[in-house]
Design a protein around this ligand. Structure first.
Ligand code: E4P
Length: 222
């Protein structure tokens, strides 16, 4: 499963990319607005950092137009920023129209704000490269976000759709684990969740013991 970071924060992206297992970054207008630099400059900077460690790593840049014509215009500008830019488009009829156009031109897309399996079906039919179901936001309103991931997996497998299932709005390492068990293609997560995936108290305890025992062994050898 691919791991993306869901942030526009350069420091976080840098730290994660250096580990060498980062497959991409997703941004959205809210995340970009938190950073103090221009959108285009930010996307270029992110692309430079992630591709330094993984030449295939992608960066998602979201359009803000709500009509297909405007989205296509933005997509054409954004895709020129870096060859690994994927255009993020909201799941509305005009968005699906834009995705259908872009997929014919071989421009990669990520259809965002997906909250139902029927929406995911429409995105796949349009040839979206990625579909982003928002699990955390569904959980927040009392629905089961991961059930949506299961439904999309089943539909895409039934018809052999190539659209990648990218689980978004992740709130916990358990969301990542369950998504991996379901067979999601990608999880995009905040940096703090990525960090938490590494943690286990027995790892820390075990390492401490190994190092202590090694020190004692070195002392004895002298
Ligand atoms: C996906 O690409 C979105 O940027 C993101 O996952 C939204 O998550 P949130 O619900 O934590 O804002």
């Amino acid at each position: 499963m691919e791991i993306f970071l869901d942030t526009g924060n350069i420091e976080e992206i840098q730290k994660a990319a250096e580990i060498g297992i980062l497959d991409g970054v997703t941004t959205n207008p809210t995340l970009v607005a938190k950073e103090g630099i221009s959108f285009e400059a930010l996307i270029k900077k992110i692309a430079r950092i992630v591709t330094k460690h993984n030449p295939r790593a992608i960066v998602n840049a979201e359009v803000i137009s709500t009509d297909a014509k405007g989205m296509l215009k933005e997509a054409s500008k954004l895709s020129k920023l870096h060859k690994n830019v994927v255009i993020k488009i909201p799941l509305i009829p005009e968005g699906i129209k834009a995705v259908a156009h872009l997929s014919k031109r071989k421009i990669r897309t990520n259809v965002t704000l997906c909250f139902s399996a029927n929406q995911a079906l429409l995105a796949a039919k349009a040839g979206a490269t990625y579909i982003s179901p928002f699990v955390g936001r569904l959980d927040d309103v009392g629905s089961r976000g991961l059930e949506l991931v299961e439904e999309i997996r089943a539909i895409y497998d039934n018809y052999n759709y190539k659209t990648k299932l990218l689980v978004a709005s992740i709130r916990s390492p358990d969301h990542v684990l369950k998504s991996a068990l379901i067979g999601a293609d990608v999880c995009t997560m905040p940096y703090k969740i990525f960090e938490k995936m590494f943690n286990h108290p027995l790892t820390d305890k075990g390492l401490e013991k190994f190092l202590d025992d090694w020190k004692a062994y070195q002392k004895k050898k002298r």
